[in-house]
Ligand binder design. Structure first.
Ligand code: CMP
Length: 152
């Protein structure tokens, strides 16, 4: 069981896609383990995207990411990191496979609708960036307590 970080970026939220995008993750037998809506500040953008701060596209990325609220999600399940990356599609929507979120919705490389962690280390860092430990609900524990009504 693995956990990854996914984010529905401001244009995804503004376009009313939150439900449809979360549906794609849950339909792939992934679980929402933590969820919040938050509008990034400039400091958030510098911290979260620390590795990109010096890149030429950062000013545009910062403007985009701070323009409205995003939905931050910790997604859990078997191979969650690879599965969410596959569901999101390539960073550049022109290269994203049909049926991926970015192919279906992203207008440009910068405004690419969703984010997902690219590996175990970044997943741990990114989940920890947005969530405290007591805000994360590992799926098995939640299932045991609340009961899962889905017929497998
Ligand atoms: P994301 O997966 O959130 O990681 C970094 C973000 O920077 C990326 O999605 C895009 O929104 C944005 N970006 C813009 N230009 C580039 C680029 N040339 N390479 C990578 N990311 C870019």
């Amino acid at each position: 069981m693995e956990m990854t970080f996914a984010m529905i970026k401001p244009n995804g939220v503004a376009s009313g896609l939150v439900g449809r995008l979360i549906e794609r993750y849950e339909s792939a037998r992934l679980s929402i383990c933590a969820l919040k809506m938050h509008q990034m500040t400039s400091a958030d953008a510098h911290g979260f995207y620390a590795e990109h701060v010096e890149k030429p596209f950062f000013p545009e990325l910062e403007e985009y990411m701070t323009a409205g609220p995003s939905v931050m999600i910790a997604v859990g399940g078997e191979n969650a990191i690879a599965k969410v990356r596959a569901i999101n599609g390539a960073t550049n929507p022109e290269k994203a496979e049909p049926g991926t979120i970015r192919h279906d919705f992203a207008p440009s490389m910068t405004e690419n609708v969703v984010h997902s962690s690219d590996g175990k280390e970044s997943a741990a860092r990114e989940i920890g960036f947005w969530f405290k430990e007591n805000e994360i609900y590992p799926h098995e524990a939640a299932c045991q307590r609340a009961g899962c009504i889905m017929k497998k």
